[in-house]
Design a protein around this ligand. Structure first.
Ligand SMILES: [Zn+2]
Ligand SMILES: [Zn+2]
Length: 753
């Protein structure tokens, strides 16, 4: 007989790990104990050598589906007193290093019971088990045990308690275990708070079929739901939510319904069905009954499957694809409380499907896609965050990185774990700052994180930059595009020197100008700006992001070197009032409020506007997305010049726009112009990287920044770099957009200090 102590680290709490250990201990005749600790799971196991060997092997090989075993350490131990195997109460002391599984979509077993008329949980909206259900959204502290969750107020009935205490039951120690007798309930109210009679989910589905908008309380917040095939319902939702132009996500009941709307590859199906249940961006199926309007003019539609029992009920009863968009008013975070939702969404929703299991932490839906057979995340939130990104080598100092401004996330780096927080949106309103602070406090508390250093963007006007001193810690300012490139390196577990291509809309440069079409030679501690796109003036600065013709005027002024001629050519294509025309000329002539930018995002805007797609945008990046949607594949391209006589090198795109203007004036359509523009921009990246590689001897190219969400460009660039003998690195665990910047900031700050 031998005795061992086994420490297991990873996601081993709230995923049925202790019952699993109990089961395999019984199977191999092991005596001893298992307990949750702040670091993970602790086991004392006693048995003969063979049994112990098999027990340890099963521990690693047969772990429950939602568990992630990261490390198993074995020590010799004193024999346990017990002659059986026992599950001990949790130990709550000490530093917390345990990882908790993010929220998990309703599993197949529970879905079956949900629709089984003979089951005691038939149509019960809060059915769950050890393998599924809410996690982070109901936890107030670790370890993950019922008293520390929003389930603490519900006392289990006898039947539920016996499942909970029976190691052979699939609900053994399922913390949110509940049933219609003892658990949370759902109910439906109108705008005035008056309860609607009947079964809540069934009534809500009927109202949606009748064209109404229903706010539905989910896992990480409220959704606004309506019939995705009804012009009127979708129109009303957009108008009341003031969400014009932006795409809306659609939830469908299952895979057969998904295939009616979109083409789904095997990789995409895997993501759609994963327990993380993200929104997956898919190409539309021909003859899809979805309104074009739902996708907001883009060529990809965001689709997801039900992930709570309540979703399953509503979707099945409605029998329709439903728009399910975040329950918020634009520029506010997603609502989580019943009263908060009733107050904030009263002018949007006709009815509210509420329940009394409180959401303790706000989580939006995650958005993802497949690029070249691998996951290519767009937004990390529910189901993903704050599960840490592993980095190597471990950081020697604990760092809090505050991220950028738009699509913000924060990151706390400790050792080899980078806890990237959930997407909190654009840091522009008081509500969003509150969301940021709530989310940050929750992550710091749950993992006992104690940052020693704060990293922030260099932009003096970002709210995140202004927040940095409040932490009372040493601060490190990190250049935006350097952070992008290093986030891509960390994402790929790469260290050392690389060529970095950071193409996005806006980032504050070290020279105080607006960067965004950058080629860096860098590592995690510093960078040189090797090359950048030609700088054009932005008359009216940020006004150019929405009034695209203003940026076209900036480019025209550089093409014609005379503002009056530029204006004349501009007015031949765009309707511009005299007052605005005058201000454009004034700003450019006198260099007033016309900052210079090397932004690649703005170049996509100009191409979209010049080709006749749109002259104004509702949101940053809209025109670029539409440009990609219409572009036809082509081998033709526009010319550009890589000017190596200056430091840093400059990619002169004036010839490109001159030729584009000729095309447009000759009546060539947007698809053709867009195709040639994409081909040219891909070539700009490939040829510039080749030249930098030749000069430096480097061959790895990290591709980051929001522009790389453009699949056509990304595909051509990745393929072209490979043909040129270079090794492209693309994102796979964090977004290429500003949602990944905090990871780069954290790594740079840790490695530089
Ligand atoms: Zn389940
Ligand atoms: Zn019960």
């Amino acid at each position: 007989m031998r005795s061992l102590r086994v420490e297991v680290k990873g996601v081993v709490q709230g995923v049925g790990f202790r019952p699993f250990v109990y089961r395999i201990a019984k199977e191999y005749g092991i005596t001893g104990t298992v307990a949750n600790t702040p670091q993970g799971v602790d086991i004392v196991a006693s048995g003969d050598g063979d049994s112990l060997f098999l027990f340890l092997k099963a521990l690693k090989d047969e772990a429950p589906p939602a568990a992630i075993v990261e490390k198993v350490s074995v020590f010799s131990a004193q024999p346990p007193a017990a002659h059986s195997f026992e599950i001990l109460p949790s130990d709550r002391g000490g530093q917390k290093h345990v990882l908790i599984s993010p929220d998990l979509a309703t599993c197949e077993d529970c879905t079956r019971e949900l629709f089984d008329g003979s089951d005691r949980r038939y149509r019960y909206p809060f059915i769950n088990c050890t393998n599924c259900g809410p996690r982070f959204t109901i936890i107030s502290d670790t370890p993950y045990d019922r008293p520390l969750t929003s389930m603490s107020k519900f006392e289990m009935c006898e039947a539920c308690a016996s499942e909970y205490h029976d190691p052979g039951d699939r609900r053994f120690h399922a913390q949110p275990n509940a049933c219609p007798v003892c658990g949370p309930r759902a109910w439906l109210v109108d705008r005035d708070g008056k309860e609607v009679a009947g079964e809540a989910a069934e009534r809500a589905a009927q109202l949606i079929k009748d064209g109404r908008i229903v706010a539905i309380k989910g896992l990480g917040g409220f959704h606004l739901a309506c019939d995705a095939t009804s012009d009127e319902a979708v129109g009303a939702l957009r108008e009341r939510k003031q969400r014009y132009g932006k795409p809306l996500a659609v939830m469908v009941e299952g895979m057969p319904e998904a295939r009616k709307l979109c083409k789904v590859s095997r990789d995409e199906e895997r993501l759609l069905r994963s327990p993380r249940r993200p929104i997956v961006l898919l190409l539309e199926q021909e003859g899809s009954p979805l309104l074009r309007e739902v996708a907001g003019g883009l060529n990809r539609q965001g689709l997801f499957l039900p992930y709570t029992p309540l979703h399953h009920l509503v979707l099945r009863d409605a029998g329709l694809p439903l728009v399910m968009t975040s329950g918020n008013v634009s520029s506010e975070p997603i609502a989580i409380d019943n009263e908060e939702a009733m107050r904030r969404l009263k002018d949007i929703a006709d009815y509210f499907l509420l329940h009394d299991r409180d959401i303790l932490v706000r989580y939006d839906d995650s958005v993802t896609r497949v690029f070249k057979g691998a996951e290519y995340p767009v937004r990390r939130a529910r189901g993903y965050a704050p599960y840490p990104i592993r980095i190597t080598p471990p950081a020697e100092i604990e760092v809090l990185a505050l991220g950028a401004e738009l699509k913000n996330t924060f990151c706390v780096l400790r050792g080899e774990q980078a806890f990237l927080g959930q997407h909190v949106g654009d840091m522009e309103s008081a509500g969003e700052i509150e969301h940021f602070e709530e989310a940050l406090q929750s992550v710091l508390r749950l993992f006992s994180l104690k940052p020693e250093l704060v990293a922030h963007d260099m932009h003096p006007d970002y709210l995140t930059t202004q927040m940095a001193p409040e932490f009372g810690l040493p601060m490190v300012g990190v250049q935006h595009h350097h952070a992008h490139v290093v986030s891509c390196m960390a994402d790929n577990a790469v260290t050392g020197d690389v060529i970095g291509v950071a193409w996005d809309g806006t980032g504050y440069g070290t020279d105080g100008t607006v960067w965004g079409g950058e080629f860096l030679v860098c590592d995690e501690t510093g960078f040189t700006r090797a090359a950048h796109l030609f700088k054009y003036p932005m008359p009216g600065a940020d006004a150019c992001i929405f009034r695209l013709y203003r940026m076209v005027m900036g480019v025209m002024s550089a093409l014609f070197e005379d503002e009056e001629t530029a204006l004349e050519r501009l007015r031949a294509r765009f309707q511009i009032e005299d007052a605005e025309a005058e201000s454009l000329v004034f700003q450019l002539k006198n260099k007033v409020n016309a900052p210079m930018t090397s932004s690649a995002g703005r170049m996509f805007d100009v191409a979209a506007a010049l080709s006749g797609l749109r002259s104004e945008a509702v949101y940053d990046g809209q025109a670029a997305c539409e440009l990609e949607a219409v572009a036809t594949s082509t081998r033709e391209y526009y010319n550009f010049i890589l000017d190596r006589s200056v430091e840093p090198w400059v990619v002169d795109t004036r010839p490109l726009f001159r030729e584009m203007l000729v095309d447009v004036e000759a009546g060539r359509g947007p698809s053709e112009v867009a195709g040639k523009f994409h081909a040219s921009m891909a070539l700009v990246i490939i040829e510039t990287c080749e030249a930098i590689a030749k000069a430096t001897g480097l061959d790895r190219v990290a591709l980051s920044g929001g522009v790389f969400q453009n699949e056509m460009l990304a595909t051509w660039v990745v393929d072209g770099l490979k043909v040129a003998g270079l090794s492209p690195l693309v994102h796979g665990r964090v977004p290429c957009n500003d949602g990944g910047v905090s990871l780069g900031q954290a790594v740079i700050a840790a490695r530089s200090s």
